[in-house]
Design a protein around this ligand. Sequence first.
Ligand SMILES: [Zn+2]
Length: 291
Amino acid sequence: MAPARRPLLAAALFAAAVLLPGAARHGGAAAPPAVLAQARFAFLVPGPGGPLILEVAAVAPAGAPADAAALASAIRAANPGAVPIPPRFVSAAYVLDGVRWRDPVVPWYYAPAGATPSLPPGDALERIRRAAETWSGAGGTPVRFDYRGETADGPGCRGDPAAITYTADGLNVLGWDAIPGNYLGYTCWMRSAPLVEGTPYFELIEFDIVLDPRYPYTGDILQALALHEFGHALGLGHSDRCPGAAMCAGELALIFTEPQPDDLAALIALYGRRPPPPLPRRALVPAIARD
Ligand SMILES: [Zn+2]
């Protein structure tokens, strides 16, 4: 049997973050800070089967000591041979990241290690699961997150985003870890290098979501953050129509606990509806007008 050709993989690292200055106590209503800086960069990096693409999108709130150039150079230093390339640029109401799952039923696991002390463990998982569930079937799409239980293995790309390399462990995992640089959470994904035949999309292969446990979450804020990160895991980028969408960036990502119309439009654009929407009824009008 001929050996299977190893597909070229491209790794995309996505980071979205919020800093909470003057941390509110548990249960307190934390007013999220205003977003000040956003940065996006991409690198061509050598991989085992060919070149890979590492993408980073980061956002920092007002008053945070965010330094995009420092983050970019740290990522470059952590990935020997990385060559900066222009990031893809898109502008629309909703924004797609050009990736989607071939099978819209996406399994995922929860890694409870190091979970936030802000909420009882059961509550945190419940809120996270609810966030995943609200994407399931949203907008009439066939998308579904399939929760497979807890895992002792943390997410494959946890830790310092600047030090993450494109390793994949085959599991989609949401877990916890301290994230340096005042970032609250991020989603990493692996995608195919070639487009899915007949589509303008690359194939999503694996995702991991990392949340920083040090934030004083309320249940709603955790659910909103998880909803936003799961949206990235489906291929949704940051909306240009903000506020008003779960996929808005920065502090605006902590508002909605359910997908909004703009988010649903993005999901439908990526995955379509099942079943297809019915055609409008043909209007009954006379075929011939008579005097
Ligand atoms: Zn985001």
